[in-house]
Design a protein around this ligand. Structure first.
Ligand SMILES: Nc1nc2c(c(=O)[nH]1)N[C@H]1C(S)=C(S)[C@@H](COP(=O)(O)OP(=O)(O)OC[C@H]3O[C@@H](n4cnc5c(=O)[nH]c(N)nc54)[C@H](O)[C@@H]3O)O[C@H]1N2
Ligand SMILES: Nc1nc2c(c(=O)[nH]1)N[C@H]1C(S)=C(S)[C@@H](COP(=O)(O)OP(=O)(O)OC[C@H]3O[C@@H](n4cnc5c(=O)[nH]c(N)nc54)[C@H](O)[C@@H]3O)O[C@H]1N2
Ligand SMILES: [Mo]
Length: 761
């Protein structure tokens, strides 16, 4: 019998180094760092060729993030971390059948995530047979027959689940959901369930669309820009350019974050360096070091100040919104003591910032995981909506909502049907377009899928990209669930832990990446993606594929479908010969995609309809935008407890670990670290490098992880930060945000204790 592979990320430690944290983002070190990763992975000519195609009209969309491209692009339309993501995909290293015959899955699972990723691109379809300890090669045809055999013998289609990670193109995602819905299930969980689901839910219910409402150009017309719970210097570096431009035009920038993240303090554009202009810009005017989970209290305070000062858009409020009075009454009734206590911010600072916000003629609010992954993720986003609606900051230049998406096509995937809970109107249109009938019953989201696996209710689990075991909360619970599944399938580019912690049988189907040339029956193909601001545009790969056995994601879906269905109204093979045919079917099955093939070929793509942005109208049942009324969330913790947030370092892309160097925060060598307030450390007699164990607490359950090192850091008292994916072992599966069911990766109650295990020094 095969032994279990290790599910928890093993420690990856060089000696821990702690330096002073950086105030400035980008600049020369960013240029060197992008080139270093490029050269190490790709060599010089490939580095130049690849990096000059990133985000160009005839090039490919950067897999790094979903920030939009300016319409007048420069030759270097990428950032340090985009360059790393590209180099990581375009690496020359290979994971071959020989590699798999040499290493058992148990051996591989003892290696760090960084080591696994570094081995390179997977070259062949591989199978792990039941009880076996090694993957062996399999033909594409046999792999598809195996999956179809398992799916077709299910007593109920809902015993199969199909996950998507947000890099999948519109074309692949659309075909994929068509396949899944043809099987007869809506079990389409995706990474969005762990990411911006709270934004979708919060905005959908209040402004009638679960997306942002600003254009990139709005940043040039904004008076005030709020950046809440987001670390753009690391995760959306190209956004810093927009913030810098806004700033130079006079905008006031307000950064709300427990940490003083670099980039928002100061930013030097790498291109300025290339042009030898060494000036840098002080970006944020205010940093509000809110306590983790304290944003709702802060926003109530800002709403109170706005109310006191006036400057309300009364006409807009009266004619186009509902719920204002009750929202206002709740804010008026909220006591300042509670606001100050829960936010951790002095009243004077809230008042000062409140005045700036109240007087603003045009406000943009940006946010990311600091808000969405909270227990009150949906409600706190609705408080942001409340604040902006008071001044009518929606649907006019320089104003609106900007949830900054993560994965480069996570928004597009949802638009084209990766949605476990799609509304009936969406399903009806899809049924007509595809000429199939689709169940109305909602499918599993990510947390629901893990629970179903643990209950033994899933026989086939298919993942279009991603790294489910490491990305999801409660690593051990997820592993237990995955091991009960009959067959797990991963469509992947790089090796990761989800290839090791599997169902009884497992398949790896290696696919082309964004950077690579995709040739089908009618010649080279392009795909399309939607960025964070609703612009759909082309992405065309140009590098020769990493192996001749790789196939595109649309091809994989189409071939599998042909093995699955004997009588399908969808011409699977015809569509994959020519992706225009997929786009024609999308036009028939989705709204907003009229003339898709023509418009996607326009120079800068096209904008999907967005009523609040386009016409200041709201597609809600009442036709109005809604103020919502929320109590302050309960943020109390016991005396000995801390609140832990799990965040990204500067050297990772989600579960892909490039290196162990969190450059801006000045921490390197070890990822199993805890950022902690020096006063909290001193109180316990702890110093830098102290080893601790962390125990999380949730409804009487505890989870413990050992061997973390403390680093004194500028973070509010009683708050700590650790890195994901390492800390996912501590995130309780049932701890999810109300209404969006998003794991509360930024709100985990923990206690810390001395740890005297395998100390390294
Ligand atoms: N280089 C790189 N780029 C990426 C990614 C990556 O891993 N690497 N991931 C991509 C993906 S999928 C996503 S979703 C995005 C993620 O982008 P971010 O949301 O910026 O990512 P996180 O590291 O999770 O950072 C969350 C920020 O929220 C703050 N925060 C935590 N709790 C709170 C709180 O209660 N209130 C407030 N106000 N702030 C809080 C943290 O201090 C941190 O600065 O980035 C995308 N881009
Ligand atoms: N504790 C904690 N957990 C979190 C978060 C957090 O902040 N804290 N953040 C959450 C968020 S915001 C997200 S979005 C999820 C991310 O969850 P996922 O999207 O599941 O994870 P990734 O690490 O982005 O997936 C990386 C893998 O995708 C594969 N891949 C890369 N490119 C391609 C491609 O073009 N095609 C295919 N088929 N495969 C490809 C590679 O094999 C790579 O190993 O994690 C979530 N988990
Ligand atoms: Mo994300």
């Amino acid at each position: 019998m095969r032994e279990h592979a290790r599910a928890e990320t093993p420690p990856d430690t060089l000696p821990l180094k702690i330096k002073k944290k950086k105030k400035m983002a980008a600049g020369i070190p960013a240029v060197t760092s992008s080139l270093k990763h490029g050269l190490q992975n790709m060599g010089i000519s490939r580095t130049v060729k690849t990096l000059t195609m990133v985000n160009q009209q005839e090039g490919f969309d950067c897999p790094g993030c979903a920030w939009p491209d300016p319409s007048h692009r420069t030759q270097f339309e990428f950032c340090e971390n985009g360059a790393k993501a590209v180099a990581d995909e375009a690496t020359k290293r290979r994971v071959t059948p020989e590699f798999f015959s040499k290493h058992s899955i148990q051996y591989l699972s003892m290696q760090s995530d960084r080591w696994l990723n570094k081995q390179g691109r997977i070259t062949h379809p591989m199978v792990l047979e039941e009880g076996s300890s090694h993957y062996v090669p399999i033909t594409w045809d046999d792999a598809f027959s195996m999956i179809a055999g398992e799916v077709n013998k299910l007593e109920n289609p809902n015993r199969s689940v199909f996950y998507t990670s947000g890099r999948t193109s519109n074309e692949a995602a659309f075909l994929y959901q068509a396949m899944v819905r043809s099987i007869g299930t809506n079990n389409l969980p995706d990474c969005s369930n762990m990411c911006h689901e709270s934004s979708g839910k919060g905005l959908g219910a209040t402004i009638g669309i679960g997306k942002g409402t600003v254009h990139l150009d709005d940043f040039n017309h904004a008076d005030v820009i709020l950046v809440i719970g987001q670390n753009p210097g690391t995760n959306h570096p190209r956004m810093l350019t927009a913030l810098r431009d806004a700033k130079l035009k006079g905008a006031t920038l307000i950064h709300v974050n427990p940490l003083p993240e670099a980039g928002l303090e100061r930013f030097k554009h790498p291109q300025d360096y290339m042009k030898m202009n060494l000036s840098s810009t002080q970006l944020s005017d205010f940093h509000l070091p809110v306590k983790i989970g304290g944003d709702a209290a802060l926003l109530k305070g800002l709403i109170k100040i706005h109310d006191e000062l006036g400057h309300l858009d009364s006409k807009f409020i009266a004619n186009q919104t509902g719920g204002f009075d009750s929202m206002l009454e709740k804010a008026r009734d909220t006591d300042w003591n509670a606001i100050v206590r829960d936010s951790g911010l002095p009243r004077e600072l809230i008042s000062e910032v409140g005045q700036v916000v109240a007087r603003s003629k045009a406000t943009i609010a940006c946010w990311a995981m600091g808000l969405t992954q909270q227990p009150n993720g949906v409600a706190v986003i609705q408080e942001v909506v409340n604040l902006l609606l008071m001044g009518g900051h929606v649907g006019r230049p320089g104003a609106g909502f900007c949830p900054v998406r993560g994965h480069s096509n996570v928004q597009g995937d949802r638009t084209v049907g990766i949605w476990e809970a799609a509304p009936v109107s969406f399903i009806e249109r899809m049924e007509k377009g595809l000429n199939i009938s689709i169940p109305r019953e909602h499918g599993y989201d990510v947390v629901g899928a893990i629970q179903a696996m643990r209950d033994g209710a899933v026989d086939v689990f298919f993942c279009m990209g991603g790294n489910f075991i490491s990305a999801t909360p409660d690593t051990m619970a997820t592993a237990e669930g995955l091991r009960k599944v009959g067959l797990t399938v991963q469509v992947s580019t790089k090796l990761n832990r989800s290839h090791l912690v599997t169902g009884k049988k497992a398949l790896i189907l290696p696919c082309l990446g964004r950077t690579e040339l995709d040739v089908q029956g009618t010649g080279p193909q392009f795909v399309s993606v939607e960025n964070s601001m609703g612009i759909v545009h082309r992405s065309t790969g140009s590098l020769p594929p990493a192996s001749s056995h790789l196939r595109s994601e649309p091809w994989i879906v189409a071939q599998l479908s042909q093995h699955l269905f004997t009588n399908s109204p969808i011409d699977w093979s015809g569509m994959v010969e020519d992706y225009d045919m997929i786009r024609n079917l999308m036009e028939k099955s989705l709204s907003g995609f009229e003339d898709y093939n023509k418009r996607v070929r326009l120079e800068n793509g096209f904008l999907l309809p967005n009523p609040p942005r386009d016409s200041r109208t709201f597609d809600t049942p009442s036709g109005r935008a809604h103020f919502t009324t929320h109590d302050l969330p309960d943020v109390r913790i016991d005396d000995e407890q801390f609140i832990m947030m799990t965040i990204r370092s500067h050297d990772q892309y989600n579960t892909t670990i490039y290196d162990v160097h969190d450059r801006y925060r000045g921490v390197s060598g070890n990822r199993r670290i805890v950022l902690m307030n020096a006063l909290d450390m001193a109180e316990r007699g702890w110093k830098n490098r102290q080893m601790v164990s962390i125990t999380s607490h949730f409804e009487g359950e505890t989870r413990t992880a050992d061997g973390w090192q403390l680093v004194a850091y500028e973070i509010p008292r009683k708050n700590i930060a650790t890195y994901f994916p390492e800390a996912n072992i501590l995130v309780p599966l049932r701890s999810t945000a109300k209404d969006s069911n998003t794991p509360t990766s930024k709100w985990i109650k923990v206690t810390l204790a001395d740890f005297h295990g395998d100390e390294e020094e």
